[in-house]
Design a protein around this ligand. Structure first.
Ligand code: SF4
Length: 391
């Protein structure tokens, strides 16, 4: 088969991104009788178990910039973040009618409430509020989380009408290990040569992984890396920034483009943490539930989305990412009203200020339309870094 150009691959990803009816997931389901689709919201769920059940994990990241929210506003206050309202809009307008179950990870009260609303609205569907431990000791959080994983597995077994074996979960862990390796390859490639992998492209590539089966997404990333590596693209005089805080409701793609156009190469981000939550490979033999639990407790990413009990360590992951990626500064970009992102921000900012690391803060909604102020803010940020930070 003829390999596709970067432009063709990105156009494919854009098509998936634009399609709020999830045609690819619908086709996957229709291709074989009995197939099931499990939707999940940010930030992290163990997709390995869904995959082992023979089901498709489908990332639901809100309705995006173009969806008009009419029904969703009846369920939530209009001033809170937009993702719960646009997700309800997706559901009540039938765009998720093919989805057999939904998972709501415990990221905040808004998502917790959404899981309750879902149970009231869709009584015949599988709904799981997926609780994650905030205590990372094996004897406390580990016991709790192992039980949570087992309950989740049993729920899917009832839905699938069959047992999910340890061997099947171990195979699926292997599939996601490989997927995560290639996700990390893409991130490393962009950090090394950001002009060759613009962030809007990387973003679309990762969004495709929210819809496609992981095996297909892995092939897509490999194809992209080969095509992007071979393509000559002009290097801009941009500074290098980390973008943090955008782990749940996603910014409009125009915002990501605006940051780069105005002079900021994004060399790391936390857009879709589910892709990168676990660090390194999870063992593919032995007790898979125990292995997934151990990976979550002891080898998972530190972010604003995860509790850090040791105040001295708070924000250390950000400083480490700045060092590792050779970043000149940080953009705190958080959804309006996002408690987890905005409550952490002052503590992160104080760590940066102590080290005189430049930063700016901004807030957005998934349907923010005015990019000129963003461009001016990030453009001025980039200029000030170049003028006064020696970048
Ligand atoms: S954007 Fe923030 S506040 Fe809103 S649902 Fe997501 S984590 Fe919760």
């Amino acid at each position: 088969m003829k390999s596709r150009s970067v432009r063709e691959i990105v156009a494919f990803c854009q098509e998936i991104f634009d399609d709020t009816s999830f045609a690819w997931a619908r086709e996957w389901k229709a291709a074989r009788p009995g197939r099931k689709v499990i939707g999940y919201m940010p930030v992290y769920v163990p997709r390995e178990i869904i995959h082992a059940a023979g089901m498709l994990p489908l990332g639901i990241l809100g309705g995006g910039a173009d969806m008009e929210v009419i029904h969703g506003d009846a369920y939530y206050q209009s001033y809170i973040c937009r993702i719960p309202r646009s997700t309800i809009e997706l559901a009540v307008t039938g765009k998720l009618d093919f989805v057999d179950g939904m998972m709501f990870p415990s990221i905040c009260d808004v998502i917790r409430n959404l899981s309750g609303i879902w149970q009231l609205l869709f009584k015949d569907k599988y709904v799981r509020y997926f609780d994650a431990p905030q205590n990372f000791r094996d004897g406390v959080g580990g016991v709790f989380y192992t039980r949570e994983l087992r309950e989740f597995k049993e729920g899917l077994e009832r839905l699938a009408g069959r047992e999910i074996t340890d061997g099947q979960i171990n195979d699926s862990i292997g599939v996601f290990n490989e997927n995560r390796r290639w996700v990390n390859e893409v991130y490393d490639f962009r950090a090394a040569a950001p002009w060759k992998a613009p962030s809007a492209e990387v973003y679309l590539l990762m969004r495709a992984g929210m819809v496609l089966p992981p095996e297909e997404h892995t092939l897509l990333m490999r194809e992209y890396l080969a095509a992007a590596g071979a393509e000559d693209r002009p290097m801009r005089d941009n500074c290098r920034v980390l973008l943090t805080g955008a782990f749940c409701e996603q910014p409009p793609i125009q915002l990501i483009k605006s940051l780069e156009i105005s002079g900021c190469y994004i060399v790391d981000d936390d857009f879709m943490l589910v892709n990168r939550w676990l660090l390194g490979d999870v063992p593919t033999d032995g007790d898979p539930i125990g292995n997934l639990s151990q990976a979550f407790l002891h080898r998972s990413a530190q972010t604003a989305a995860k509790y850090e009990p040791d105040m001295a360590k708070k924000g250390s992951y950000l400083l480490e990412a700045i060092r590792r990626r050779g970043a000149d500064g940080v953009i705190f970009a958080a959804p309006s009203f996002c408690d987890p992102a905005l409550l952490d921000q002052p503590m992160m900012v104080s760590r940066l200020e102590a080290l005189k690391i430049p930063y700016i803060t901004m807030q957005y909604a998934e349907n923010s339309g005015q990019m000129q102020p963003i461009r001016e803010q990030s453009g001025t940020f980039a200029d000030s870094i170049k003028l006064w930070s020696g970048a």
